[in-house]
Design a protein around this ligand. Structure first.
Ligand SMILES: [Cu+2]
Length: 278
């Protein structure tokens, strides 16, 4: 349909501005943060998390590339293969039962799935890998509705658990985050988690690890990470485990190896004096 000249003139005035706005929006958001390129994920704080993020971004990149090709072909077909309005026009030549094209339809998706499968399997193997001798081991015990952390490499003779143990309390509006169980781990060291449950199924989740794992009664689970950044985060239970599931939180502190050694030895001495974690 032909547009009136005034509307067409306005469109041609607005189009460059819209294009400029799109370029600016993409440019400025890219400069201030790369949240957009992470497609909703937080910044990873472990080596394994970085691998998961790269897989996520690669999958999106592949999906956008396939989408661009498909949309391009749709637009091309719409523009160049419209039905002719000429009287007596015939339908275009049909390509049903064209063997090479039908084989292409079948083989190309198989190749795409194969490529996604390859990278997923490779990265999953890396993320699931545990070393024979991790630098630090943490025993994680989930129970309704809190966590306990034990460090079996650091004994506390005479205490109930025999190791350095962090208890804390469940989150409450009165105390807030101040008494949540505290998990301290060193940066740039291999840290192994052994997961146990005292009652029902929980799940151990530190969001910027880009990873969670179920904590199942009678079925010990484990995994290993190498933290890459110091800081403090909140950990969660991510498996609905009863009334106060949402309050099953803990604090995670990643510190330098020197700070970790200082902290764990201070805890050891403190808990030895007091007969264990209070
Ligand atoms: Cu739970």
């Amino acid at each position: 349909m032909a547009q009136p000249p005034r509307a067409r003139a306005r469109l041609s005035r607005l189009a460059p501005r819209a294009a400029l706005f799109a370029v600016l929006a993409a440019g400025t958001s890219g400069c201030t943060s790369n949240a957009f390129t992470r497609m909703g994920w937080p910044e990873p704080i472990t080596k394994q998390g970085q691998v998961a993020l790269t897989l996520w971004q690669g999958s999106w990149g592949a999906a956008w590339a396939v989408g661009a090709v498909v949309w391009g072909m749709i637009v091309w077909a719409i523009i160049f293969h419209r039905k002719s309005r000429a009287p007596g026009a015939q339908p275009p030549q049909q390509v049903r039962y064209n063997l090479p094209i039908e084989m292409l339809y079948t083989v190309v998706p198989f190749i795409m799935v194969g490529i996604l499968f390859f990278f997923t399997a490779r990265d999953e193997n890396y993320i699931d890998k545990v070393s024979a001798h991790p630098d630090v081991t943490v025993i994680v015990i989930g129970s309704q509705w809190s966590w306990q952390f034990q460090y079996p490499d650091y004994p506390v003779p005479g205490s109930a658990t025999r190791y350095v143990t962090m208890n804390g309390e469940q989150w409450s509006p009165q105390t807030g985050n101040s008494v949540l169980p505290l998990l301290v781990i060193p940066e740039n060291r291999t840290v192994r988690f052994d997961l146990y449950s005292r009652d029902v199924v929980h799940a151990f989740w530190i969001v910027p690890f880009e990873f969670k794992r179920d904590v199942i009664p009678g079925h010990p689970n484990h995994f290993e990470v190498t933290p890459t950044r110091t800081g403090t985060w909140i950990g969660r239970c991510s498996e609905l485990c009863g009334l106060y599931h949402s309050r099953m939180l803990f604090r995670v502190k990643i510190v330098t190896p020197a700070q970790f050694s200082q902290w764990i030895h201070a805890q050891q001495a403190l808990q030895e004096r007091s007969g264990g974690a209070q």
